[in-house]
Ligand binder design. Structure first.
Ligand code: FNR
Length: 190
């Protein structure tokens, strides 16, 4: 079944390696039949509970986008061993008003790249903890902690052969996980 997937890149940096990684994944052959929509998290204001009931248009747009999607794909850097503030801000916006979280039940994949050898592992563990609280099923295995090298992904989204199999395998597992989760959520035929 073709899926609609919301992509959240946890970096606003123009040359973001995590955006490059996300783009490479969504340009893989096995992703071609699916629709991927980037969430614009950079235009969101800082979250304030005062605006829960009368939220700015950018917040409403984020909530509507996530609601319209089957699943979520997070590609994020690690900032000071945790989740970048811009991504946590977007997650907080989507989680409110209380009882109306748009995240609940959305299957998620988490991946991240960093020039350092732990490849966002600690940041991802923080994100997984948040997603568990938000009641999002998350792909557990394979984990993907990507140590960035400048030749990893070419301008045309081609992945270097040393990582091609691993990243294609991760994307395949993520898409299969989403399909399974969505199927599991469907009513059983009588
Ligand atoms: C970093 N960086 C970083 N890297 C890492 O492996 N662990 C960390 O805890 C941090 N902390 C951190 C904090 C802040 C504020 C910045 C700006 C950077 C380095 C980071 O991995 C690197 O800048 C990546 O290129 C960021 O990803 P994008 O923006 O290129 O996608």
């Amino acid at each position: 079944m073709p899926l609609k997937i919301c992509v959240l890149v946890g970096s606003l940096r123009e040359g973001s390696i995590n955006r490059r990684l996300a783009e490479a994944l969504i340009h893989l052959p096995q992703a071609r039949e699916h629709e991927f929509v980037h969430a614009d998290i950079g235009s969101l204001p800082l979250y304030s509970q005062d605006q829960d009931e009368d939220s700015p248009a950018s917040v409403v747009a984020l909530r509507e986008l996530v609601k319209s999607c089957d699943a979520v794909l997070f590609a994020m850097p690690e900032y000071n061993r945790s989740i970048p503030g811009v991504l946590k801000n977007a997650i907080d916006h989507g989680s409110r008003p209380w009882g109306q979280s748009v995240w609940k039940g959305k299957p998620a994949g988490v991946i991240g790249a960093s020039p350092g050898p732990i490849g966002t592992a600690i940041g991802q563990s923080h994100l997984r903890m948040v997603l568990a609280y938000l009641d999002m099923p998350v792909l557990d295995q394979p984990e993907a902690y990507i140590q960035w090298k400048d030749d990893l992904i070419a301008e045309d989204h081609t992945i270097h052969e040393r990582s091609q199999e691993f990243l294609a395998g991760w994307m395949k597992a993520y898409l299969a996980f989403v399909q399974k989760e969505i199927g599991a959520g469907s009513p059983q035929p009588a």
